[in-house]
Design a protein around this ligand. Sequence first.
Ligand code: SF4
Length: 375
Amino acid sequence: MSKVAGLYIHIPFCRVKCDYCSFYSVTKFDTHLIDLYLAKVVDQVFFLKDKYQISLFDTVFIGGGTPSLIPPASLALFIDRLNLSGVKEFTVEVNPESVTSEFLASCGDSGVNRISAGVQTFSQKHRDIIGRVGQEEKVLAGLDLIAGAGFKHFSIDLISHLPQDSISRISGDIKSAAGYGIDHMSIYSLSVEDGTPLSDRGATEADEDLAYDQAFGEVVESCGLSKYEISNYAKADCQSLHNLKYWDMEDFVGVGPVASGTICDSQNRFVRHENPADLSKYLLQSSKFEQIVYSKLSRNEAIFENFMMGLRLIRGIDNLLFVKKFQALPLSFIPKTYDRFSEFFLVDSEFTSLTPAGRNILNTILVDILDELEF
Ligand code: SF4
């Protein structure tokens, strides 16, 4: 039986490493290497499409790394070779300080209908504190270019809980982002990861503070964007269809170093594929892509992941989708957890979700779910 799936493509190139970044990317590359890499990615897309009998990628997300470092002509050729059709949402992630009008024109001509810009913060002081690539003026100029390019959807990523943070810093960033006419915003908390230059110089993320979270949430809503996931906001009908596949645990394929994907097979088993975090290994493998590591999730692992991802959504877990995968409603698998935390759950015929107070203690609830599912 053929499948419809999402497609994530990782572009592992960055001009320089940001001090807080623990994602896999390389900073030594040239146009020749990019073209070599894109050719390998095309091969892997067809390899996985064939392996999982995928008839259609209805969402595509080219992320990174820094996709906007791909030369415009290489991007056009690459997308053409992917031979995509029937894509509902096609996102390319860009760094506004390095985006060009030629790159955006190439995206538009190739069917891209959504640009996601990694701003993180407009405050030069905070960009310097976290060592974020790019100067404020270049970021503003890049955002002007994107806003003027007329894509159907435009999203901006910001980071909260920075060192030396304040409600006025994050509120100012949100209002500046909204000023570009975006229909989607992601705001993730800074996480200072061991081994990054930011961690080496002893920086720490700002403490969790409900007043801060509530204040910036209200600012986003006042800009006309509604919260639909713990860290994501959108105008009506502009939620990210691709990211919803992650939260609903629907089929998606991941291509490129460190990219992973999960497919539910014909026996309702979740099969995961993971690529090596190594560009050389990735490029040197044969057309059988022997570096991919496959694993099967046990039934209870898959149920847990569905709770972990689905309860992040404000509307919650889609009951119908869940029953299709596991033949029973979500709460039937966790009666003890539900007994203990029933005041935090909301259940109707369509969805199983958490109240706002429940989402504040999501990790505590997930620990109980993990214990109850015993795997
Ligand atoms: S641009 Fe993004 S992926 Fe690249 S180093 Fe900075 S945070 Fe990491």
